[in-house]
Design a protein around this ligand. Structure first.
Ligand code: TRP
Ligand code: SF4
Length: 400
């Protein structure tokens, strides 16, 4: 509702791999230059499924943060923090739970899907059912406008929007709202007040979405309004009452096309990954031992790149010239598979070099990472506590 604020979280599942880099991190690095960004480690979310292995969380958290930094996430541009260090998330989760219908949670598709997928774990827990609501709290507490997520997470953002709407509907009514809103309109000054009123009428009477957007950007430009009046004016546009929590939008991250070493999607569960900062010798060995088109038994047998996972890597890492060289050389048995793999090995090592370099200082001095996170947590808590003040007040909890 105000300036764009981007928020995203990742569960600490251990070292990240090149699939994470191409799918998520490159996107974060891009966005941090364009928007205010908050990126956090969702350690409580990890516990919803991994509640029985608490001993591994800590290492996973720090490894992951170093990976973020290595990938170029820049703490001078983005705020990096850890969910459990901002206990306000838990408070908001609890308060939102009061108004969350059980049926809404049970109907989130990931609930049943994950239970089936992780059938070796007992996920008939209260915490796991509440996973999407905790995620809603993560998002709503920062009044995030944009949430970059993969396709599978879109229902969670939809759910979050419904929770925000329900919250505003129940708690956004204040005594004398209309009068207060009209008084706030006057504060815009006569010219802008007239424009606001016209746009509001156009939206409310004709459903004119452009008028709504125009009115919102008019409000965005008003620096001098106080927070309460701003909320009222945004709420008044669409009818109802105050907008205490704002509805975020999902910013869909294109699915990573990063293939793994066996041609399937790169994923830890398929054991086909190259980690972000994997040792050079291991990268070389892993690619050299990758399977190729099974038809190429002997060097003299021609092959078909379409049947070869190495070709999928060329599609990520090679330019046109190299690709043509592969196509021709493979189909005519003009090149050998090791020869074909070499440009991929070189390109992966090249891509990883700056990441290894950036990571080195943090490995040499882990207190640097601790202090980046400490700063980020402090900033996040400050933002979170502003929202919590409004939420507590709306829910009748701000006693003198
Ligand atoms: N559920 C997300 C995932 O599995 C992680 C996450 C937790 C998240 N809270 C979030 C993502 C808030 C975006 C915003 O990927
Ligand atoms: Fe695969 Fe390249 Fe060997 Fe062809 S030459 S089978 S594309 S590795």
């Amino acid at each position: 509702m105000f300036a764009d604020r981007v928020l995203s979280g990742m569960r600490p599942t251990g070292s990240l791999h090149l699939g994470h880099y191409h799918g998520v991190l490159k996107n974060w690095v891009q966005m941090q230059q364009e928007f205010e960004c908050l990126f956090f480690v969702a350690d409580w979310h990890a516990l919803t499924t991994h509640y029985d292995t608490p001993q591994s969380i800590e290492q996973h958290v720090w490894d992951m943060v170093v990976d973020w930094l290595a990938a170029g996430v820049d703490p001078s541009q983005a705020t990096l923090f850890i969910q459990s260090r901002v206990p306000e998330h838990a408070e908001l989760h609890l308060l939102l739970s009061m108004i969350t219908p059980l049926g809404w949670l049970e109907r989130v598709p990931t609930y049943k899907d994950q239970q089936e997928k992780l059938s070796e774990k007992d996920l008939s827990t209260y915490g796991f059912l509440g996973y999407p609501l905790l995620q809603s709290a993560d998002i709503l507490i920062y009044r995030a406008t944009q949430v970059p997520v993969g396709e599978d997470q879109v229902p969670h953002i939809e759910f979050t929007r419904e929770i925000a709407r329900r919250f505003n509907h129940i708690y956004g009514r204040e005594a004398g709202f209309e009068e207060k809103a009209e008084a706030a309109v006057k504060k815009l000054g006569s010219k802008k007040a007239r424009l606001y009123a016209q746009l509001r009428t156009r939206f409310q009477e004709q459903g004119d979405g452009e008028a709504l957007e125009a009115a919102k950007s008019l409000l965005d430009e008003q620096q001098s309004l106080n927070y309460g009046d701003r909320e009222r004016l945004f709420g008044y546009l669409e009818g109802g009452g105050k907008m205490i929590l704002s509805e975020p939008e999902a910013m869909l991250t294109a699915a990573s096309k990063m293939p793994g070493l066996d041609g399937q999607k790169m994923s830890k569960s398929y054991d086909n990954t190259i980690t972000l900062r994997e040792e050079e010798a291991d990268v070389t060995r892993k690619i050299r031992t990758m399977p190729t088109d099974p038809a190429r038994v002997r060097r003299s047998d021609p092959g078909d790149p379409d049947k070869c996972p190495v070709w999928s890597l060329h599609l990520v890492y090679s330019g046109d010239d190299t690709r043509q060289w592969v196509q021709k050389g493979c189909r005519s048995a003009g090149i050998g598979c090791l020869e074909c793999k070499q440009p991929v090995i070189t390109a992966v090592l090249e891509e990883q070099r700056p990441m290894r370099e950036r990571a080195q200082q943090y490995l040499d001095d882990p207190t640097l990472v601790r202090s980046i996170i400490a700063d980020g947590c402090e900033k996040a808590r400050r933002l979170a506590s502003e929202t919590m003040r409004d939420v507590r007040e709306a829910m009748g909890l701000s006693y003198g």
